[in-house]
Design a protein around this ligand. Structure first.
Ligand code: TRP
Length: 339
């Protein structure tokens, strides 16, 4: 079998995920992500990163960014990401990201960056702040991925083009300087439950939805959760079953099933002859019950900032070890003197 480049000492492949500290995590993120995390934690050397450097391509209030980054970090841990099994870190704590991004920017054609649809969309949206960082954003993302020899990267539809660019950059560098970078593959998340917006159950629940009634956040109070489910849109008719013509009811059944572990069929039987109201109340209870330990863990973490700091620093140290090794390899290929 061909040797796989860049495997960790345990023979596992590497994976890296990044998410921006904006908005708050929703039950959709929770249901979708937690399932993949369990798998990722076991199968890969995994790196989870809060991409605070990326977030400043649009103006951020420093106080808000500070609090959000910490809160995001705590939410990850509260959802069960284990900082012993994974490296969970802040991008800005590993200087190698910015260093490698500079080098890679010299291997990235201007034309390629001009074609990025996210750049085009974002510059149209913020015409007064089309900064160079917005333009070179994908190069920093390539540096993120290549520093950790990531074999696979879970990406949604909107980030596929950036991953493609990362592959191009890695291949160009490897062709020019000899094998240096692992060329990453996209990881298509196994199709899990898609949680839909409560008021408009034909589209996905989104953490930045302007209408808060659409979205249940991990940190919502039990009262807020109850209120949101009670006002969820349901469908005509009165039967509680999972069907294409019943997107509202199906969404509620799906949420219930994902969190209670009961199958859809079991739930349909359970709710036979009952009214929509019963379903709503019960889903709210299931969600509240399931999120209770997450919220408690979150509060506990946010009240123990020393602990959070310690974990963050230790994790950043582990990230720097890997990133430093990769950057040293690049230094050699560039002709820079070793540090
Ligand atoms: N650009 C990604 C997004 O907007 C976030 C991101 C930054 C990322 N660096 C990454 C994702 C590295 C995966 C790997 O969602």
């Amino acid at each position: 079998m061909a040797k796989i480049f860049g495997l960790g000492p345990n023979g596992k492949k590497n994976t890296l995920s990044g998410s921006a500290p904006s908005g708050d995590l929703t039950i959709g993120n929770y249901i979708g992500a937690v399932r993949t995390w369990d798998e990722i934690q076991e199968e890969y050397n995994s790196y989870f990163m809060v991409v605070d450097l990326h977030s400043i391509t649009t103006r951020q209030d420093p106080k808000v960014l500070h609090e959000r980054s910490l809160s995001f970090y705590a939410q990850y841990l509260a959802c069960g990401l284990d900082p012993e099994k994974n490296v969970i870190f802040l991008q800005s704590h590993v200087a190698e990201h910015a260093e490698l991004a500079w080098i890679l920017s010299c291997f990235t054609p201007f034309g390629d960056l001009s074609r990025m649809t996210q750049f085009k969309d974002k510059s149209a949206k913020h015409p007064k702040n089309v900064n160079a960082g917005l333009f070179t954003y994908p190069v920093l993302m390539a540096a993120d991925i290549l520093l950790y020899d990531a074999h696979v990267v879970p990406v949604g539809e909107d980030q596929k083009q950036h991953l493609e660019l990362t592959r191009d950059i890695a291949q160009r560098f490897n062709n020019d300087r000899g094998e240096t970078f692992v060329v990453p593959e996209p990881m298509i998340p196994k199709v899990g439950a898609r949680v839909m917006a409560l008021q408009e159950p034909t589209r996905k629940m989104d953490k930045s939805d302007p209408n808060p009634a659409n979205t249940v956040f991990l940190l919502d109070t039990p009262k807020a959760i109850e209120k949101k489910f009670k006002s969820a849109t349901t469908d005509s008719g009165s039967e509680i079953r999972f069907a294409d013509d019943k997107p509202g009811v199906s969404n509620l059944l799906q949420i219930h099933s994902s969190l209670s572990g009961q199958s859809i069929a079991e739930l349909e039987t359970h709710f036979q002859g009952k009214m929509y109201g019963h379903l709503k109340v019960e889903v709210a209870e299931v969600v509240t019950e399931r999120l209770k330990p997450v919220r408690e863990k979150y509060e506990q973490l946010m009240n123990d900032r020393d602990y959070l700091q310690t974990v963050m620093r230790k994790s950043a140290g582990r990230a720097r070890e890997h990133a430093g090794r990769t950057l040293a390899r690049v230094f050699e290929k560039m002709g820079f003197l070793a540090k």
